[in-house]
Design a protein. Structure first.
Length: 116
């Protein structure tokens, strides 16, 4: 059974930084494109960033230039470096594989709160 465990969230002031981590177990991590998603209160979950097996990245316009997604296949881990955080980045952040969202259960997520 695939498990996704996110960590690294917290409370930070606007302009600050956080680094999120997601450890994936129970599957061959390296063969999947991975992504970070977020869900703010009262809003639908949205894609934030994706990274292919080859390391190609893509970002939502709202985070482009501020967030960086990366992966370490040896550690079965995908990261999200978040800089220049804004209050509108406040959300619960999750990781998953874009092709497996319907099959892999979402983890508990990690809460990010950005104060103004």
């Amino acid at each position: 059974q695939v498990q996704l465990v996110e960590s690294g969230g917290g409370l930070v002031q606007a302009g600050g930084s956080l680094r999120l981590s997601c450890v994936v177990s129970g599957t061959s991590f390296s063969i999947y494109n991975m992504g970070w998603y977020r869900q703010a209160p009262g809003k639908q979950r949205e894609s934030v960033a994706t990274i292919t097996t080859g390391g190609r990245t893509n970002y939502a316009d709202s985070v482009k230039g501020r967030f960086t997604i990366s992966r370490d296949n040896a550690k079965n881990t995908v990261y999200l470096q978040m800089n220049s955080l804004k209050p509108e980045d406040t959300a619960v952040y999750y990781c998953n594989a874009p092709s497996n969202i319907l099959y892999w259960a979402w983890g508990q997520g990690t809460q990010v709160i950005v104060s103004s």
